[in-house]
Write a protein that binds this ligand. Structure first.
Ligand SMILES: Nc1ncnc2c1ncn2[C@@H]1O[C@H](COP(=O)(O)OP(=O)(O)O)[C@@H](O)[C@H]1O
Ligand SMILES: N[C@@H](CC(=O)OP(=O)(O)O)C(=O)O
Length: 439
């Protein structure tokens, strides 16, 4: 039996965190493949090593002095090494990094060193083999990840390897140029390694006791979700629950490997199981709540819109012509509303409006900005009547004006639009009615 264990930056931010991680790994002989992130924040005011590396490389790129910025990064690693009483020197590694920075080896190379160096420390600390993902995680010429090629290379590289540390977050193109995933991408590495070694489970260790019903920065001490399906998770991750990188789901889902989200600071907690399907009923009607701020609603009105064939297509063409993705599109009889991301829409606003006029000849178009979308997700909603009613009465009680509601045909989620300023209160009200009071 093989478990792949990924530890996030918060789990590896200091020597004391490292030693907790060491204990967790040594407590279970099945934890054979370890994927570390770079050291994260030790407290709220701290800076992640990845961000320090980006800032340091920006200096190098502008040909400004970067030696003191690099020295601070080296000190972060040395405090971990010394705190663990290890005899390991990273002097040679840092000389190479300094040289490569001066030669402008690239932003991705720079950022990847966070995981690379932490991987070296981790492999030494555990006595595991170090496997550089630059040799086995492959990106194409344009920088797109190559899943099948990677799976082949990684299987070959890990064949016969009993225990290894594979740093997260990066790989390389065929010519050796380092390429990273997007931020938070060590989760993807964990998933890729799990698939390659046919793991029985993929443990993703972080600083919370699982996927929580709502964002702990909004709800005090929210309850963890025991079991969640990949589909529910995808809805919540997409809407802003940031525990697991969205793209981490695909490799393990394909291979039928469950993910277990665990807390490095509370290893005795069971955490959350993410599975393909389950007959386990969640304790509440809903599984989770997540949301994002910063949307604009584009309301398009035209008399008799409902009888005009192709009206919706013409409106959407105006967005497509301008390269803008839309999020949701609730409609009435003579109105349709298109929700778009504010930062993306802002610069192209007038172009889109004139394109809608040109293509669809509406009576009016008006815009409403500063909106937030909240997704209430749950496989249990299908079999429970009155879910939407409970959400609305909770929001009405909290004096929150609901601007939009959209229920997907799968009945897995209900999306609610409120103004940005009501975002936190709306999440609190929904959490309250389904979890705290269960009214
Ligand atoms: N629904 C949620 N459940 C758990 N954590 C959440 C949720 N929504 C947002 N978060 C945040 O995600 C953080 C964990 O993700 P991340 O910072 O990427 O961890 P790591 O550094 O371990 O990879 C938590 O500390 C928490 O603040
Ligand atoms: N260190 C990278 C990759 C990563 O996955 O980190 P974490 O596991 O701390 O989210 C980042 O900060 O984006």
């Amino acid at each position: 039996m093989i478990k792949v264990v990924k530890f996030g930056g918060s789990s590896l931010a200091s020597a004391s965190q490292f030693s907790k991680v060491g204990k967790i790994i040594n407590a279970d002989p099945e934890r054979k493949f370890v994927v570390p992130s770079a050291p994260g924040k030790r407290n709220d005011k701290d800076t992640k090593v990845t961000d320090m590396l980006y800032a340091c490389y920006a200096l190098a790129k502008e040909e400004k002095s970067f030696s003191s910025a690099l020295k601070k990064i080296k000190e972060r690693y040395e405090s971990i090494i010394n705190g663990l009483h290890m005899k390991l020197s990273l002097d040679e590694e840092f000389k190479t990094i300094e040289k490569n920075f001066a030669e402008k080896a690239g932003e991705d190379y720079a950022a990847s060193r966070g995981e690379y160096l932490n991987g070296i420390i981790m492999a030494n600390y555990l006595g595991y083999e170090f496997v550089d993902p630059a040799d086995a995680i492959r990106f194409d010429e344009d920088g797109s990840f190559m899943p099948e090629e990677t799976d082949k290379l990684l299987k070959k590289r890990l064949k016969g390897v009993e225990r290894a540390v594979v740093p997260g977050f990066y790989g390389a193109k065929a010519d050796g140029t380092i390429k990273t995933f997007s931020r938070g991408g060590s989760d993807i590495t964990g998933s890729i390694v799990s698939r390659a070694v046919h793991a029985t489970s993929y443990e993703n260790w972080t600083d919370v006791s699982g996927f929580l019903i709502a964002d702990p920065r909004i709800i005090d001490n929210p309850e963890p979700i025991k079991i969640i399906t990949y589909r529910e998770l995808r809805e919540l991750s997409y809407m802003g629950a940031s525990v697991l990188h969205e793209d981490a789901v695909f490799p393990v889902r394909q291979a039928g490997i469950p993910i277990n989200i665990r807390n490095t600071n509370a290893p005795e907690d069971e955490g959350t199981w993410i599975v393909e399907s389950t007959c386990h009923h969640s304790a509440y009607t809903i599984t989770g709540i997540a949301g994002k701020k910063g949307f604009v609603a584009v309301n398009v009105e035209k008399d008799m819109m409902n009888s005009e064939v192709g009206f919706g297509r013409k409106v959407l063409t105006a967005f497509e012509e301008n390269g803008i993705n839309f999020e949701h599109m609730p409609s009435g009889i003579d109105t349709m509303t298109v929700f778009v991301h504010e930062p993306e829409f802002e610069q192209k606003e007038q172009k889109v409006i004139s394109a809608i006029h040109r293509l669809a000849h509406p009576d009016t178009i008006d815009l409403e900005a500063d909106l937030a979308l909240i997704a209430v997700v749950g496989r249990g909603m299908k079999s429970n009547r009155g879910t939407a009613g409970r959400i609305f009465s909770a929001l009405a009680h909290a004096n929150i004006n609901v601007k939009m509601i959209d229920q997907g045909s799968s009945e897995l989620n209900i999306i609610i639009g409120v103004s940005n300023e009501d975002f936190d209160d709306a999440i609190k009200a929904i959490y309250d009615i389904f979890v705290t009071t269960q009214l």
